[in-house]
Ligand binder design. Structure first.
Ligand code: FEO
Ligand code: CA
Ligand code: CA
Ligand code: CA
Length: 685
């Protein structure tokens, strides 16, 4: 049989444009149960009606749509522009001297099952779900899947993706790290497949992958190397070491791990980050959806744990996923961390760092502060949850990798409180700018853990680190509109926070709009820019909104740092962030403009100069897909994205996407490389 009765589970669960299937499988239908944060805070007052009355409807014509043509056959797709995508605006010079010049594509209709790139570019699969990683691994076969095969193959729903050159390879070999956030059994397997098999294969399709890539030279695409020495799958029965002050805590002990120091596997891995010492971080996000739990304690409720069958039913085969069972009460406490993996050592034990707290981590990104300490930023991606910062106890030592790999094991943990500088009455929920012309203000990092001691009255150190959401509630941080990626720029040292959306902002009974989260029922999200003004360890900061997203042509009240709204690519639901070599921000989306139905994409945003706030769409992913893990290598005029959940709403018998092979079988989540279609001759060269 296929997955348990999804339609029943999904009933009334969907909010906004989010696919019902994605809701059920990715987040355990968290939307249907409402936000988990019921701590005291300003609630909706009387702002909604005022907001609606002030809302400016711009009207205007719909932007030209690039409607999908017939699928591009084979791994190497047709050149860009063959899709009929019309430039959204005239070609401009690449900002800040980037070598990656392109003409923005028009948004692509959500019905199109195609991968669209700018004119002069092409795309190519790097690795697909099921591709064999090891020398003896079997080729992927839609009709003969098995858990044993899947354990040796690339996992499902690739999300965070990072590539590092292998030293000494002269740019020809690289090691890629990819996490696999979740599975969609409905489109992976025929309904006739035995439930046991569905569970076993589904579990094997979760986890992490490390795989080597090679290319002939900078002008040629990367391909993955089957059987390469660094290739690795990290699976749900692999050991992770808990580190930091909560390791060994009673809160982390189970009947299978009475020491509370070793966890099997990682779950819900979403975004991540490359550390300055060359390891990878990955965030355990919607872990709650894999567990049955009593759901009676304050802590369980705060994390969305419930006494109900899970979508995948793993609890039927593995006792540890049923936390109502004796000895397994703490198993969910062992997920929700930042994990760290050394991709250069296939024998290394991956670690879960309790010092960074436990919540629905989107990911984490590290920058070395001016005094040498490592600072990690991390968002808790749930409506009305918080933004966090970790500052290491010890300092970074250039060249001492072994030491640097301990930096995330001890330090201070903070949560953010934002204050706006405009009168509250001017934040009316419409997204219209206040009279000082900016959503901006100051902020504080409120301590949760300082110098190894709890900074929260009534919470022990281990309680702060395991029940972090409850500890944060006690100090009054700002309830955010779902912090996804949080990325510090190595160019400006400013920090960018993607707030993807929040359907409940300003709704009766929930927190009102504030200057940092200024729109009622925030459908399209926004980006916060934080400036710690020369000290990344500071407990104060300045902030402003870089952009308030949406489609101006559809009447959305938007803001792009003053850049003309009729000259930007419409952008909605920012999720993952990246920077190019010259400091431009790149945004990938998860839920493009919801009212009109565009496919998700990847966008470049100019941060400096007169064109600050300009948004240019670089690519668009196929139907139902989400754009994840962007990597920008503008020096090579190339970019990588992970296409997650293409064809999510289909079924095995009636697939909605055939990306990337277009062979009539079904979709395969895939890491894609985009590069100039004339090797060695990028646009403008
Ligand atoms: Fe897995 Fe926050 O997106
Ligand atoms: Ca202001
Ligand atoms: Ca994400
Ligand atoms: Ca998302």
């Amino acid at each position: 049989m296929a997955l348990i009765d999804l339609p029943l589970l999904m009933k009334d669960a969907v909010r906004g444009k989010r696919s019902a299937v994605t809701c059920a499988l990715k987040c355990g239908n968290q939307c249907a149960f409402g936000p988990c944060n019921h701590s005291d805070n300003a609630t909706f007052r009387d702002v909604a009606s005022a907001a609606l009355s002030r809302r400016t409807v711009l009207g205007g014509s719909t932007a030209a749509l690039a409607i999908g043509l017939a699928g591009t056959q084979g791994a190497l797709a047709a050149p860009a522009g063959s899709t009929g995508a019309a430039p959204a605006k005239p070609k401009t010079t690449a900002p800040n001297g980037s070598a990656l010049e392109f003409e923005a594509i028009a948004p692509v209709d959500a019905a199109a099952d195609e991968f669209t790139v700018p004119e002069g570019f092409e795309w190519r699969s790097v690795i697909r779900w099921g591709d064999p990683l090891f020398a003896d691994a079997p080729e992927f076969d839609w009709d003969a899947q098995s858990a044993e095969a899947q354990k040796q193959q690339f996992g499902y729903n690739n999300d965070y993706t990072e590539i590092q050159e292998i030293p000494g390879s002269k740019g020809r070999r690289a090691v890629m790290f990819v996490n696999h956030e979740y599975t969609n059994e409905n489109i992976m397997f025929p309904a006739s497949l035995d439930e046991d098999e569905v569970i076993d294969i589904g579990m094997a399709a979760h986890g992490l992958t490390v795989v080597e890539l090679e290319r002939q030279n900078h002008n040629k695409p990367y391909t993955y190397v089957q059987g390469a020495p660094l290739n690795r799958r990290i699976l749900l029965d692999d050991e992770f070491a808990l580190t930091g002050p909560a390791a060994g805590s009673d809160l982390l002990k189970t009947v299978e791990d009475p020491e509370g120091r070793t966890v099997l596997g990682t779950l819900g891995n979403c975004a991540g980050g490359l550390t300055p010492w060359g390891t990878l971080l990955s965030g355990e996000e919607n872990f709650h959806s894999y567990f049955v739990a009593p759901g009676t304690s304050e802590a369980e409720q705060r994390y969305g744990l419930r006494d109900a069958p899970t979508a995948r039913g793993w609890e039927k085969k593995h006792a540890r996923f049923d936390a109502t069972g004796e000895g397994y009460e703490n198993e969910p406490n062992r997920f929700g961390y930042i994990v760290e993996v050394d991709p250069f050592d296939p024998t290394s034990t991956p670690r879960k760092h309790t010092a960074l707290g436990r919540f629905k981590h989107e990911g984490a990104n590290v920058i070395i502060a001016e005094d040498g300490r490592a600072v990690a930023y991390s968002g808790d991606d749930e409506r009305f949850d918080y933004l966090y910062k970790f500052v290491s106890r010890d300092t970074y030592v250039e060249g001492d990798r072994e030491h640097n790999m301990t930096l995330l094991e001890n330090g201070d943990l903070y949560v953010a409180k934002f204050t706006g500088n405009s009168p509250a009455a001017e934040i009316d929920g419409s997204g219209e700018l206040p009279s000082d012309g900016a959503f901006d203000g100051s902020g504080e990092w409120l301590p949760l853990l300082l110098d190894g001691e709890s900074a929260v009255e009534g919470f022990s150190v281990e309680e702060v680190l395991v029940h972090t959401r409850l500890a944060a509630d006690a100090v009054g941080p700002t309830k955010m509109d779902r912090c996804e990626d949080v990325e510090p720029s190595l160019h400006s040292r400013r920090v960018y926070v993607a707030c993807t959306n929040n359907s409940n902002r300003g709704v009766e009974g929930y927190a009102a709009p504030d200057e940092t989260n200024p729109r009622t029922e925030n459908r399209d999200g926004h980006i916060v820019e934080i400036d710690e003004q020369g000290d990344q360890t500071s407990t104060t900061f300045a902030w402003n909104l870089l952009m308030v997203c949406g489609d101006p042509a559809q009447g959305d009240q938007t803001y792009f740092s003053g850049f003309p709204v009729d000259q930007v690519s419409p952008v909605s639901c920012p999720d993952n962030l990246a920077f190019d070599a010259v400091g431009n921000l790149w945004i990938s989306t998860d839920g493009q403009p919801s009212g009109i139905g565009y496919n998700d994409g990847l966008f470049r945003v100019t941060l400096e100069g007169d064109a600050r706030g300009r948004v240019e769409q670089f690519l668009s992913v196929p139907r139902d897909g989400e754009t994840c893990g962007p990597i920008i290598r503008d020096e090579d005029r190339t970019a990588f994205v992970s296409v997650q959940h293409p064809g999510e709403d289909g079924s095995f018998e009636e697939q909605f996407s055939f990306f990337p092979d277009y062979d009539g079988k079904g979709p395969r989540p895939t890491v894609v490389q985009v590069m100039p279609s004339k090797p060695g001759r990028g646009l403008g060269r």
